[in-house]
Design a protein around this ligand. Structure first.
Ligand SMILES: NC(=O)c1ccc[n+]([C@@H]2O[C@H](COP(=O)([O-])OP(=O)(O)OC[C@H]3O[C@@H](n4cnc5c(N)ncnc54)[C@H](OP(=O)(O)O)[C@@H]3O)[C@@H](O)[C@H]2O)c1
Length: 327
C-alpha cells in the first residue's frame, strides 16, 4: 500500500512538473499518438497546429471544404468534410483514437443550431466511438461557463449548480450529461472543460469596437468579464490529454482567474489605443443571444490544483498586450 502511494505521488509530482514546465508546449511529445478533432475553428485549428508540432497524427471533421483543404496543407493526415450530427463521417475516421477533442460550436444561430451541434453532435461522436470496438483513450469536450446560472458577483466553482443560465446554456449542459453517461466502450475517460469568454489573436471584439470609434457600448460596465486566452485553452486541453491515468471523468472551469469589470477592461483598452474611455448605455444584449453579461467570478482552481495547468496569460492586460504587440 505504501509502495503504491509512493508510485502515485512520484508519478503525479513528475507530471505536474512536466505540465508546469511544459507551459512551453513545444516540450510536449505526442509522437505515436492519434488525435481526432471535431470542429476545427478558432480553438480546434490552434490545437491542431500545437499537436502536429508535438508529433501527433492529427485528423479532423469540419463542414467547410476550404478549411479542410487548408488543414490538409498544414499537415493533418485526414480531414473529412461532414456534418457532425450525421453518420456520414463514421466510416471515414478509424476507431480507437488515443485522443478525441470535441470543440464544435453551434451549427447555426438559434436553439436548433445549438441542439444540432452540441446534443446531436455529441451523440454522433459517442456512437462512432463505440462501434469501433476499441474505445477512445481520452475524450475532451470544450463546454462553456454558460452552463452556470449565477450572477450577483457569486464565486462559481465546478460544484455550483450548472442547470444553464440561458436556454442555450441548458442545451450545452445537456450535451455534458450525454458525455458524463458515456459507456466505457466508447471512451476510457473524459474531461469536460468549461471555457470562459475566448479571446486572442484575431478575436478581440471589444478592441475592434473601440478601434472603430465606438464611444457608447451596449450593456453595463459593472459585470466582471471572465476571459481565457486561446493558447491557454490549448494548453489546458493538452494537460487533459497527457494527464496520468489516475485522473479521468472530471469537469474543470478554464478561465484566467482574474476577472475584471467590463468598464475597467474598456477603459484600459481605450488608453492602449489612444481613444476615449467608452460609456455603457445600460441596455441589455452584450453577449451572444442578446443576454446581458452575468456578473460572477469563475474559479479555475480545480484544474490548476489537479492537473497543474496554469495560464500563460493570467489576466486581460497580459493577453491584450500580446495581441497589441506591446511588451
Ligand atoms: N466563443 C466563446 O467565447 C466560447 C466560450 C465558451 C465556450 N466556447 C466553446 O469553445 C469551443 C471552441 O470555440 P471556437 O471559438 O473555436 O468555435 P469556432 O471558431 O466557431 O469553431 C467551431 C467549429 O465547429 C464547426 N462546426 C460547428 N457546427 C458543426 C457541425 N454541426 N458539424 C461539424 N462542424 C461544426 C465549425 O465548422 P465550419 O468551419 O464548418 O463552420 C467551426 O470550425 C466551442 O465548443 C464553443 O462552444 C466558446
Amino acid at each position: 500500500m505504501e509502495g503504491l502511494r509512493f508510485c502515485y505521488s512520484f508519478a503525479l509530482s513528475n507530471y505536474v512538473g512536466l505540465v508546469r514546465f511544459g507551459r512551453n508546449l513545444a516540450l510536449m511529445n505526442l509522437a505515436g499518438k492519434r488525435l481526432v478533432i471535431f470542429g476545427c475553428g478558432y480553438v480546434g485549428s490552434s490545437l491542431a497546429r500545437t499537436a502536429l508540432a508535438a508529433g501527433a497524427q492529427v485528423e479532423a471533421v469540419t463542414r467547410n471544404t476550404e478549411k479542410a483543404a487548408a488543414l490538409r496543407a498544414e499537415g493533418l493526415t485526414s480531414v473529412v468534410t461532414a456534418e457532425l450530427a450525421s453518420a456520414d463521417w463514421h466510416r471515414q475516421i478509424a476507431p480507437g483514437a488515443d485522443f478525441v477533442v470535441n470543440c464544435v460550436s453551434a451549427s447555426a444561430p438559434g436553439i436548433e443550431g445549438y441542439r444540432q451541434s452540441y446534443v446531436a453532435g455529441q451523440k454522433s461522436i459517442l456512437v462512432w466511438a463505440q462501434t469501433g470496438q476499441i474505445p477512445v483513450g481520452t475524450l475532451i469536450y470544450t463546454s462553456s461557463t454558460s452552463v452556470y446560472p449565477h450572477g450577483d458577483g457569486a464565486v462559481v466553482d465546478e460544484l455550483a449548480d450548472s442547470g444553464g443560465g440561458t436556454p442555450t446554456g441548458a442545451i450545452i449542459r445537456e450535451s455534458e450529461i450525454i458525455l458524463e453517461r458515456a459507456s466505457a466502450l466508447a471512451c476510457r475517460r473524459w474531461f469536460i472543460l468549461r471555457l470562459a469568454g475566448i479571446y486572442g489573436p484575431g478575436r478581440h471584439h471589444l478592441l475592434d469596437q473601440l478601434r472603430a470609434g465606438a464611444i457608447a457600448l451596449s450593456g453595463s460596465g459593472g459585470p466582471h468579464l471572465n476571459l481565457i486566452y486561446r493558447d491557454d485553452i490549448v494548453s489546458a486541453i493538452m494537460a487533459g490529454l497527457v494527464a496520468p491515468a489516475v485522473f479521468g471523468n472530471e469537469t474543470f472551469n478554464v478561465t484566467d482567474g482574474h476577472p475584471a469589470r467590463r468598464a475597467e477592461v474598456g477603459s484600459w483598452l481605450a488608453a492602449q489605443v489612444g481613444v476615449a474611455s467608452p460609456v455603457f448605455d445600460g441596455t441589455s444584449g452584450t453577449r451572444r443571444g442578446g443576454v446581458p453579461t452575468p456578473d460572477r467570478l469563475i474559479s479555475s482552481k480545480k484544474i490548476q490544483e489537479m492537473l497543474g495547468w496554469q495560464p500563460q496569460f493570467p489576466d486581460y492586460q497580459v493577453g491584450y498586450r500580446a495581441i497589441l504587440g506591446r511588451p
